[in-house]
Write a protein that binds this ligand. Structure first.
Ligand SMILES: Cc1cc2nc3c(=O)[nH]c(=O)nc-3n(C[C@H](O)[C@H](O)[C@H](O)COP(=O)(O)OP(=O)(O)OC[C@H]3O[C@@H](n4cnc5c(N)ncnc54)[C@H](O)[C@@H]3O)c2cc1C
Length: 351
């Protein structure tokens, strides 16, 4: 079997790059080992313009947000299935420090992006002053649906394979090509989109990872009817009916434990401080976010081995960042267009 590009890993990175390459006429094979709880599979997919305690505008929002909407619309029309929602979300303002940052940034970088409101959520549902900001342009990628529908499409066309490849042992190079004998595949190049697992990938050993495990709960909240995502130290977003997802924790040390009591207690405790209504936890998941030592993601080919590339480091913002950089990477690979310096893999290798 012969392909232009072999992509290893079908999370948000691999899926997005595969679409962008296919739209440029490439023959693409995506291989994934189909773990149940990967970063992309558990992620809520929230796209948020303003983040952190200092109310900072998301990095390169003005370019990344329109690219994301355009990209997901095109995928929706390919798949005939909705994968993203675009609706304002809510950020509650609870501290004086947050209010100070808001008044500082409102005339500047947040101008037109947020609308302050005194009564932004219902007092019979939520504690506190109920003051906050409405964040325009927010959205949500239904990540699991995006991955599953894309996978089904490509599998039906011979462009997807379920397999776990060992990057060090199962990839060989000969005659200017990449070979994966275990799956009987030859390609012009291989692009690793293997998420936090790339920490053990010998081809990417010069990339420094700083991953963070995160936990998310699904809770049932009878009587709550809120379609907007709410951010207040944690976030909550409607799954369906009276089920909401609540997240997420950050653990920079323990990557293997799976869901923990500590993570659950942290999320439940925080939820109780904002929600008046009783709730019940019905599900609890955990996965590791692929975060790099320096924050922006990376795309590109290895300078000493241009048959090997990577798309990684999407961190906590894969849904927003993947389309812009997936398209940029594809146009680099197919049309020889440049890669932005700050995301160029070649410039982020150490040692
Ligand atoms: C708790 C939590 C909450 C999050 N919430 C949000 C959010 O609200 N909004 C947002 O934008 N982002 C969120 N994220 C982050 C976002 O999900 C990540 O940016 C994104 O998942 C990264 O995607 P990826 O494709 O790089 O990695 P992954 O999703 O890890 O994908 C890598 C894939 O490669 C496969 N793989 C790895 N090695 C191999 C191999 N050798 N052979 C075959 N297959 C292999 C893995 O099984 C996996 O399927 C969250 C993440 C977590 C953990």
């Amino acid at each position: 079997l012969e392909f232009d590009t072999l992509i290893i890993g079908q999370g948000i990175a691999g899926t997005t790059l595969a679409w962008a390459l296919r739209w440029r006429g490439q023959r693409v094979l995506v291989v994934d080992r189909e773990e149940a709880a990967t970063s992309s599979r558990v992620a809520a997919g929230l796209i948020t313009p303003v983040t952190g305690p200092r109310l900072v505008k998301a990095w390169r929002w003005d370019e990344l947000r329109p690219a994301a909407e355009q990209f997901y619309l095109r995928v929706e029309s390919e798949l005939g299935s909705p994968i993203a929602d675009w609706r304002p979300s809510v950020r509650l303002l609870e501290t004086d420090s947050e209010r100070t940052y808001l008044s500082k940034r409102l005339p500047g970088e947040l101008n037109g992006l947020v609308v302050p409101r005194d009564d932004i959520i219902r007092r019979d549902w939520f504690h506190g002053g109920c003051a906050g900001i409405e964040m325009k342009g927010a959205g949500r990628l239904h990540v699991s649906r995006y991955l599953t529908k894309s996978r089904e499409r490509w599998a039906s066309e011979g462009g997807y394979l379920a397999a776990s490849l060992d990057p060090g042992k199962d990839i060989e190079f000969a005659g200017g090509q990449v070979h994966a004998p275990r799956i009987n595949v030859t390609a012009a190049r291989v692009i690793f989109c293997d998420g936090a697992g790339a920490g053990g990938n010998p081809w990417l050993s010069r990339l420094r990872f700083n991953p963070a495990r995160g936990e998310i709960l699904t809770v049932q909240i009878p009587g709550l009817d809120e379609d907007r995502a709410i951010h207040a130290g944690l976030w909550m977003t409607r799954e369906s009916g009276d089920r909401y997802r609540v997240g997420a924790t950050y653990d920079w040390q323990d990557f293997n434990s799976g869901p923990t009591q500590k993570g659950k207690d942290e999320l439940v405790g925080r939820l109780k401080t904002i929600l008046k209504l009783p709730f019940e936890v019905v599900d609890h998941v955990s996965a590791v976010r692929p975060i790099l030592h320096q924050l922006p993601p990376v795309i590109g080919l290895l300078p000493h081995e241009p048959r090997i590339g990577a798309f990684n480091g999407l961190g906590s913002k894969g849904s927003l960042q993947a389309p812009f950089f997936g398209e940029q990477f594809a146009s680099h690979l197919v049309e020889d267009k440049p890669i932005d310096c700050e995301v160029d893999l070649a410039k982020r290798l150490v040692g």
